[in-house]
Design a protein around this ligand. Structure first.
Ligand code: ADE
Ligand code: ZN
Length: 336
């Protein structure tokens, strides 16, 4: 049966790879800049959108860090997160596991507490008022030192109850997982689950390091794992999930034609691939748009979409009972 836009829109979805700072829409950027009296190097929203032309990850990151410079107060972080939750609620997203980049803010003098309190309060309100359950993932910036990561971990410990997992993002090439082996060991001792961006731009060896040295519980992106057959088999056997971000890959990671997006191959190889939006304000779409992009280009069937959505439930960091509840909701939709 053909997969329609309406089918995707109604599908109960989870989002497991979303940088909250990457949900900052140009309109919001202007609004926050105005209220915080921050100068922006853009005259209007059109100029901002026109600047979103990236040929690689670093091009995007430069603009992403500049953009988040308008976020200063707890209210800003609350409003940013709340706007994201309202948006994905309208897309039938039922559970989110979102990243935040504390070092992108503490580096600019914004206190860690300001950042996490604003985000967390919005997530709590989203759970209560919109019915969206959540986990929060604190991401370390890999272009900074491991020592810097340790400092950030110290700041996070008083908020341990709010953080489910830690992650690793920013410029991948030249900053392999091995750089953070000790930091991740400490994080695991503190009881955090772990994930890491790996194989987005970096080679399969970085994915192997993330597995062996960081002992991650889920792989963010992981696309380049496919270049290594033994690694692909290993990941498939392990059941570890990949949080794949189709529109992000199209904008940044060398997928020049969506009909060549690797998610089809991932499913064929038995990898637990999921669909996510990464930085929706920068890459042209939230969850529905990401699903539609691959459905159209790869001619995915309803069964393929059902597999991706089920993977999205199984790959969450929820309890078995919580997963079962989400799976029931999904099954009930699929059987209609
Ligand atoms: N930070 C925000 N989005 C990112 C991405 N796609 N890769 C690495 N770091 C990021
Ligand atoms: Zn990402």
């Amino acid at each position: 049966m053909m997969v329609t836009k309406e089918f995707i829109e109604g599908l109960p979805k989870t989002e497991l790879h979303l940088h909250i700072e990457g949900s900052l829409e140009p309109e919001q950027m202007f609004e926050f800049a105005k209220r915080n009296k921050v100068d922006l190097p853009f005259a209007d929203v059109e100029e901002i959108r026109a600047a979103y032309q990236f040929s690689e990850l670093q091009d995007f990151l430069d603009i992403y860090y500049q953009g988040m410079g308008v976020l200063l107060t707890e209210q800003d972080f609350y409003d940013l997160t709340w706007a994201y939750l309202k948006k994905v609620h309208s897309q039938n997203v039922i559970h989110v596991e979102i990243f935040f980049d504390p070092q992108g803010h503490t580096e600019r003098g914004v206190p860690f507490d300001t950042v996490i309190n604003g985000i967390y309060q919005a997530l709590m309100d989203g759970e209560k008022k919109l019915g969206i359950s959540f986990h929060l993932i604190m991401s370390f910036l890999r272009h900074l030192s491991e020592e810097d990561g340790f400092k950030t971990l110290e700041e996070a410990l008083p908020h341990k109850d709010k953080i489910k997992a830690v992650g690793l993002d920013s410029s991948e090439l030249g900053h392999p997982p091995s750089k953070f082996e000790r930091l991740y060991a400490r994080c695991r001792e503190e009881g955090f689950l772990t994930v890491a961006h790996a194989g987005e731009e970096g080679p399969p060896e970085y994915v192997i390091e993330a597995l062996d040295l960081l002992k991650i519980d889920r792989i963010d992106h992981g696309n380049r794992s496919l270049e290594d057959e033994a690694l692909t088999i290993r990941i498939a056997k392990s059941g570890l999930a990949l949080t794949v971000c189709p529109l992000s890959n199209y904008k940044l990671a060398g997928v020049t034609d969506m009909s060549r997006h690797p998610i089809r191959k991932m499913l064929d190889k038995g990898l637990k691939a999921t669909v996510n939006s990464d930085d929706p304000a920068y890459f042209g779409g939230y969850m529905n748009e990401n699903y539609m992009a691959i459905v159209d280009a790869l001619k995915l069937s309803r069964d393929d979409v059902a597999t991706l959505a089920k993977n999205g439930v199984e790959a969450t960091f929820c309890t078995e009972a919580e997963k079962e509840k989400m799976m029931d909701q999904l099954e009930s939709y699929l059987s209609k």
